[in-house]
Write a protein that binds this ligand. Structure first.
Ligand code: IMP
Ligand code: MG
Length: 171
């Protein structure tokens, strides 16, 4: 196990999730919302956020991968697609972190072709200093500096996703 330092403790995440849920409920009023959870990294954030929302929330799970087995390339593909129609739905893509912005920009373009009524992005973390594609999330939990973070769904080579806090590994 590598040395992991705490960046955002669980209590702070919980507090921020309450605020995000409130903001989403205000924005969507009584409407149904469809959460698009990106496997595997967004499952923790998806569940914890959804539990705080009083609207009816529907779930879809998608997976993004790249032809070169490295998420930091331009060759992204949807390796697992939605299984129900998102047409006419108010969709929120739930992401772990926006880094270069390539994944979110790819996903938004791809999903727009399926004609949702609206499509927004909610990301637990944002690392704006690393952005290559100019894109912003509609909802952001925490803006962080350029650190390699793990926990709360985020992984280091598939490890440490189940940490109940966001930690970082010194590189
Ligand atoms: P993108 O560069 O915005 O396309 O981000 C792609 C994906 O890289 C994110 O959704 C994360 O799963 C992963 N990623 C980016 N930064 C980190 C990090 O600091 N720790 C763990 N995964 C990361
Ligand atoms: Mg990852």
């Amino acid at each position: 196990m590598k040395e992991i330092k705490v960046l955002i403790p669980e209590e702070e995440i919980n507090q921020r999730l309450d605020e995000l849920a409130k903001q989403i409920m205000e924005d969507y009023k009584e409407k149904d919302i469809m959460f698009l959870c990106i496997l595997k990294r967004s499952i923790f954030f998806t569940v914890e956020l959804a539990k705080r929302i009083k609207n009816n929330v529907l779930f879809e799970f998608i997976e993004v991968s790249s032809y070169e087995n490295n998420l930091r390339t331009d060759n992204l593909k949807l390796s697992k697609d939605v299984t129900q129609s998102i047409e006419g739905r108010d969709v929120i893509i739930i992401e772990d972190i926006i880094d270069s912005g390539k994944t979110i920009s790819y996903l938004k373009d791809n999903l727009k072709n399926k004609n949702p009524r609206t499509i927004k992005v909610c990301s637990l973390l944002d690392k704006p200093s690393r952005r290559i594609v100019p894109i912003e999330a509609d909802y952001v939990g925490f803006t962080i500096e350029n650190k390699f973070v793990v926990g709360y769904g985020l992984d280091d080579n598939q490890n440490y996703r189940n940490l109940n806090y966001v930690g970082y590994i010194e590189m």
